[in-house]
Write a protein that binds this ligand. Sequence first.
Ligand code: PMP
Length: 453
Amino acid sequence: MGTGILRPSERRLMGGEALNGSRYERSRAHHHRARRSLAGGVATAFRAPQLPWPIAFARGAGSHLTDIDGNTYIDYTLGFGPMLLGHAPAAVMRAVRAQLDFGIGYGASHRAEAELAEAICRTVPCAERAIFSNSGSEAVAAALRIARAATGRTKVVKFHGHFHGWLDPLSIGVPGSELPDDPASAGQDPMASASIEVLPWNDVAALRAAHLDEVAAVIMEPVAVNGGCVLPEPGYLEEVRAATAAAGALLIFDEVITGYRLGLGGAQGHFGVVPDLAVLGKALGAGFPISAVVGRADVMEEVATWRVRHAGTTNANPIAAAAAIASIHELERRADEIYPHIAALGDELAGMLREEMTAAGLPLVVNQLGAMGYAFWSDAPISDLASARRTDTEAYRRFAAALLDGGVHVISRGLLYVSTEHSDGDLLETRAAIARAAESLRAAMASQGAAVP
Ligand code: PMP
């Protein structure tokens, strides 16, 4: 399977070797307390691998987080992606506070839901209609249902190493899995994935050999961010677009990460390839739980006529909708400034990681596009799942822990995000923290008798 997630018992053992455990005493106590009631002590498995143990936070503002021990960090985790505008962005906070005075949910129509749909249709190229859910996983499920209803077909193609949420059907061939049909988790229903075919990414021949005329939809991360921020090869997206159109299969871009991050129009705007449907989440809600399926009006007609049942008690609730509208307005208003800024920040962060680690003689590869990236402990380039699987994830976790000691918070498995709020000063501090982390890792390796360059 190889999801890269350690069992808590394994992780606690690793925590015993923490570089600077005393700095995180309250987090440790919190984690011990949490484990007695919250299964595993974390609310999502992806938070479990952090060393020395999962850190508990008390406050987020702009580019910074403060933990319950009072340590402050420059944050490149961004809530696992949503905080593109930084933590607690003023425009979003204002909109949410204003809405709170008018109620939290009505179980009925309200102005914000249509206003949000309009904002999305204005900004995302394929969006002629929208529906809303609460999480990316849910919206992916809705997109598949719509595609199957619209085509009258059942089969769905996904790509090896792409991640589309935690629900059963698409939880095979996820990042880190050795074989395309490896399930991500114990307890999955194998039948739920019986109609899913997993193809290699960036492989035109495999695509041509697939019987797309029997396929309802081809779903992909248009940049394989979860599998290592592996870009589509030039012409590949165009190839998939043409092949699906010719075969009457729908093309679904899962833009949960790339949406509003690679530009107002997401990956489809960036690459100029327009899918039939797209899934949005993360940055859409600036941290509030909201996701969307958007796409061609004729396809979305399946929902409009109620043939496809789409439900959800808190769908497009006024709080999350207000946050999303404020977020899109902010991104639209400042698009000319924001997108070049975060792309430059992403370039700079990736560049300094490469430079400082090379200077220290430590192997780090960074794949990055704009405000998102993925770093690997590796001395060979990462261009596909096979090369990503050969990297040293354990060493990267230790690097992440060393950065934490130096006041920089990153995702332990390698994903990197920058926000509009990161400043040149943050990057200067980050460069110094990277250099210190590299030095402490070299020292640790030397004391363990490892060959250090
Ligand atoms: N699709 C992609 C590309 C994602 O990265 C994620 C989450 N990381 C999801 C879907 C699932 O979203 P959620 O966690 O909101 O269910």
